[in-house]
Each structure stands twice: as structure tokens, then as C-alpha cells.
Design a protein around this ligand. Structure first.
Ligand code: NAP
Ligand code: MG
Length: 497
């Protein structure tokens, strides 16, 4: 039996250290600058965070380069690196409660989710790539008898990772685990809105045995620390998760500096198509609501465009609306809470502006629409559902908040056309009992992942990423290793006897 955890008490006692982590040590920014880390639970400051800038980036890159060149990590045996990565995962697990409460205080998600999903998936990601280290083989090419050509993977060198605030620990682990597994040195810049857990992670990595200088974390602003990493002449690869607008800027910086590899995991506006012959409309309705309102709607893959066959639209939308009750914003430190706070005041205002635009453009509000719990000083918005039209801003743009826009359709062809009418292509879903229709529609949808008759399935074993302006490359699965290595061909002449 596990004892109930008093999250509120843990939150009151936990140490929150916002200093950077460079070369195995906690350090302030070189110029001593800090910014306030504000908790979205109550709008109060919870820590000073180092405001790293170009000077800090330059120093961290020098260190990371030295750590890479001397082989303190890359030259360890695969077995040894595997053991250290697994110890790192074990330490995350051992510190799970602390990390969960830190994540909640910093970005507002319900602590039960932070623990069960974010922390758990982060340790699993690091464990899985650790396990892969001594199981992924190089290749020998099918050449003639008088030669041998082998194709080996080598680490690219210094990898920069820039991540967003919606799943801070998880996005960090999706970048650092495959990059470290390949033997690289890593410099991570967490979001200014949620820097704390990545910094703690770096301490745990060192404790696990990842040598100093190999995994560094520089908190700071995107236009300062983030841009300095993207522009740096001695960073070999930048792995980014965030908005499409910033992704474009990072690719430009990569191109105009040293042509570093630039991997982009960007925004989404995923389409969820429900046909009248869906096997179970109750399940479809629960998924349609649950996957948009989970994490306060701050999920890149949220199915925020719902296309419903017109013949069932009224019945189905009543079922979807009934699920709103299960997502009542409340104190994220209460283990029973299913919907927490929006990450900050800026994001809350942006979401409320989108809701207002829906109203102004003539969409019909069928649930929610307002800020709630303002008396807490925190940033909460109730789950919101609109009946909308394709041209509206709430259908075309990523809102990144708890807002669902539903549109009825008449034919399969129309549903596909509406779903694909987006600059994004991260995920999509189709609900039908007709196997051929499921395959036809899944093939026609331009998205990195298509779900059929469910939306929740996910695993570290499958790639995650998008078509179109949702990005390039893929996180997760063995495919992600390719982003963090060079392929070297070595030709060897074999003299005839
Ligand atoms: P964002 O504004 O693009 O920021 C992402 C990161 O980039 C932050 O660390 C940010 O720093 C930094 N940044 C900002 N400007 C920069 C610049 N000029 N150069 C370098 N770095 C810069 O995105 P967000 O609001 O944090 O996250 C939401 C977005 O992420 C959504 O579009 C969502 O769909 C996307 N996302 C995608 C995936 C995926 O796998 N495809 C997963 C999760 C989220 P600061 O915040 O510190 O300024
Ligand atoms: Mg924060």
C-alpha cells in the first residue's frame, strides 16, 4: 500500500535552485543576472533563475567541446554508458515526487499527471535509450570480395537542445536521451517559463556518473541564450521543440552560421474525424474531449479540430460537452485535480483572446469560455468548446489552451479535405467501424501519426513528429538516434592472397 502524499507540504519544503548547470556545477549567469520564476498556481515568485546569455553559451560550448574531444563520455564502452544511463533513470524514479511537485509548481499541471505521466515517461525515455546503447549495431555494406565497407555511427559532437514549457521534463528527455546515448555532449536551454526540473535533472545525471561537462543546462530567454546556441559556430546540431515561428528563426540561424543540423518538432492543430459508424461514440466523445483538455490543452498533439459527420453532430457534441465536467480547473497540488493552471499570464491572455476571436467571428460557444479561480492569483481557464467554421482563426491557428473547435461534415472526401487544410500535420485521428474506410482515410491524412478508433496510444518505441510545418525529423524510437550521429563510411582494401 502506498501512503497518500501530502503534495502541499512537499511543495512548501522543496528546494528550488534556478542557477545554471555547467561543467558539473551549479553556477550563476556570468554577469549575475536573474529573472523571476513565477508559479502559475498563484502568480507568486518561487525562485530566481540565472538569465544566461551569449557569454554563458560561449563558456558552456567550450566546456562541452572539451568534454567531447577528450572522450570522457563518448569513449566509454557502450556497456558502461548503458549502465550510467540506467542509473540516471533510476535516480529520476527515486526522486519522482520531488520532480513532480517541481514541475507542477513551475508550469501548473496537476501533480498526479506530472508524476504518472511526465516523470514516469522521462525516466522511461532515458532508460530505453540507455538500453539501446549496446543493442544498436553498425553496418557492413554488400561490396565486392576485395574490399570491405563499413558504415559506423559517430556522435556529431556538441548538441544544443531548446525545449518548450508544456512537458518540460519529457521534452528534455526526448532530446537528451538519444543525444547522450550516441555519445554527444549536450547543452539544454529549457523554457524561461519552466526551467526548474531540467536543472535538477542535470544534477541527477552527474550523480549517476555522466561526466561533468557532458550534460549542461542554461536557463535563459529564447532571444538571448536560445538564439546564441542557434547561431553558435561550434555547436554541431540543434534539436528544437517549440513553435513553428521560432523554429523558422532557428533554421535561419543554423543556415547563416555553420550549417549545424537543425531538427524541428513544431506546432500542431490536429484533426479528429468522427464518422457516424464509429464503433463506440461514447469512447470517441471521451477521447475528443480528454485529449484536448488534458494538460490544460497545452499539448502539441491535442486534437483541437473535431470533424463530426453531420448526421450525428448534435448527439455527439452533447456527449463531448458532458465530458467537460471531468476537467474542472482546481488546485494542481491536489492529487484529485484533473485540470491545472495555464503556464503563465501571457499564455492565459493569449488563449482568452483566441476565445474572444471565436465569439467575434460567429462561432457558437457550447461550453466554457472564461477565466476561472482568479481569486487564487493563478491562471486558470475552463474547458471550452465551440461549433465553428473552417475559415475561423480558432480553427486555423494553434491556440495551445483548453479550446476545442468542432465542425460538421457530410462526406469522407470533405472530411479529408478539411482535415488536411492546415499548415500543420502533427497527428490526426479517424473513428469508423469500416476497415477500408479507416485505411483510406489514414493514408490520405498528411500527419506524422494517425490514430484509428483511439487517441491515447503512445510509446517510446514509435516515432513522434510532424508533416508540413509541424517540423522535420522525429523524436522517440530508434529513428531519433539518427539525428545525433554522423554516418561514416570506411573503405578497406583486402589484398588477394
Ligand atoms: P516557443 O515560444 O517556440 O519556445 C520554445 C523554446 O524556444 C523556448 O525555450 C524559448 O525560450 C525558445 N526560443 C524562443 N525564441 C527563440 C529564439 N529566437 N532562438 C532560440 N530559441 C528561442 O514555444 P513554446 O510556447 O515554449 O511551446 C509551445 C509550442 O511548442 C507549441 O507550438 C507546441 O505545439 C510546440 N510543441 C511541439 C512538440 C512536438 O513534438 N512537435 C511538443 C511540444 C510542444 P523562452 O521561452 O525561454 O523565451
Ligand atoms: Mg514557471
Amino acid at each position: 500500500m502506498t501512503l497518500a502524499i501530502n503534495w502541499q507540504a512537499l511543495a512548501a519544503t522543496i528546494a528550488l535552485d534556478g542557477r545554471a548547470f555547467v561543467n558539473g556545477q551549479r553556477v550563476p549567469a556570468i554577469d549575475g543576472a536573474v529573472f523571476d520564476c513565477i508559479s502559475p498556481l498563484n502568480g507568486k515568485k518561487i525562485a530566481d533563475v540565472a538569465r544566461c546569455t551569449k557569454a554563458d553559451v560561449d563558456a558552456a560550448v567550450l566546456n562541452a567541446r572539451a568534454a567531447f574531444e577528450d572522450g570522457r563520455w563518448a569513449h566509454l564502452s557502450p556497456k558502461k554508458r548503458k549502465e550510467i544511463m540506467i542509473r540516471f533513470a533510476d535516480l529520476i524514479q527515486a526522486n519522482a515526487n520531488e520532480l513532480a511537485v517541481m514541475e507542477t509548481l513551475d508550469m501548473g499541471k496537476p501533480v498526479a499527471n506530472a508524476l504518472a505521466v511526465d516523470v514516469n515517461a522521462a525516466q522511461n525515455t532515458i532508460r530505453w535509450y540507455g538500453e539501446a546503447i549496446d543493442k544498436v549495431y553498425d553496418e557492413v555494406a554488400p561490396t565486392s570480395r576485395d574490399s570491405l565497407a563499413f558504415i559506423t555511427r559517430e556522435p556529431v559532437g556538441v548538441v544544443a537542445a531548446v525545449v518548450p514549457w508544456n512537458y518540460p521534463l519529457l521534452m528534455t528527455s526526448w532530446k537528451i536521451a538519444p543525444a547522450l546515448a550516441m555519445g554527444n555532449s549536450v547543452i539544454l536551454k529549457p523554457s524561461e517559463k519552466s526551467p526548474l526540473t531540467a536543472l535538477r535533472l542535470a544534477e541527477l545525471a552527474l550523480e549517476a556518473g555522466i561526466p561533468a561537462g557532458v550534460f549542461n543546462v542554461l536557463p535563459g530567454y529564447g532571444h538571448e541564450a536560445g538564439a546564441a546556441l542557434a547561431e553558435h559556430m561550434d555547436v554541431d546540431c540543434i534539436a528544437f521543440t517549440g513553435s513553428t515561428a521560432v523554429g523558422k528563426r532557428i533554421m535561419q540561424a543554423a543556415a547563416s552560421s555553420n550549417l549545424k543540423r537543425a531538427w524541428m518538432e513544431l506546432g500542431g492543430k490536429s484533426a479528429n474525424i468522427v464518422f457516424a459508424d464509429a464503433p463506440n461514440l461514447d469512447e470517441a466523445a471521451a477521447a475528443a474531449a480528454g485529449n484536448v483538455f488534458y494538460n490544460q490543452g497545452e499539448s502539441c498533439n491535442a486534437p483541437s479540430r473535431l470533424y463530426v459527420e453531420a448526421s450525428i453532430a448534435d448527439e455527439f457534441m452533447a456527449k463531448v460537452a458532458a465530458h467537460v465536467a471531468a476537467f474542472k480547473p482546481a488546485n494542481p497540488l491536489d492529487a484529485a485535480t484533473s485540470m491545472g493552471a495555464i503556464v503563465d499570464d501571457v499564455q492565459m491572455k493569449s488563449v482568452l483572446k483566441y476565445i474572444q476571436s471565436g465569439v467575434d467571428q460567429g462561432a457558437t460557444l457550447i461550453a466554457g469560455g472564461s477565466q476561472v479561480l482568479a481569486e487564487t492569483g493563478g491562471f486558470f481557464i475552463e474547458p471550452t468548446i465551440f461549433m465553428a467554421q473552417q475559415h475561423m482563426t480558432i480553427v486555423q491557428e494553434e491556440i495551445f489552451g483548453p479550446v476545442l473547435a468542432a465542425i460538421p461534415f457530410d462526406t469522407e472526401a470533405q472530411a479529408i479535405a478539411l482535415a488536411n487544410d492546415s499548415i500543420y500535420g502533427l497527428q490526426a485521428a479517424v473513428w469508423t467501424s469500416n476497415v477500408s474506410k479507416a485505411h483510406r482515410v489514414a493514408r490520405a491524412l498528411r500527419a506524422g501519426t494517425v490514430h484509428v478508433n483511439q487517441y491515447n496510444d503512445d510509446d517510446i518505441t514509435v516515432p513522434f513528429g510532424g508533416y508540413k510545418q509541424s517540423g522535420n525529423g522525429r523524436d522517440k524510437s530508434l529513428h531519433a538516434l539518427d539525428k545525433y550521429c554522423e554516418l561514416k563510411t570506411t573503405w578497406l582494401k583486402i589484398d588477394p592472397a
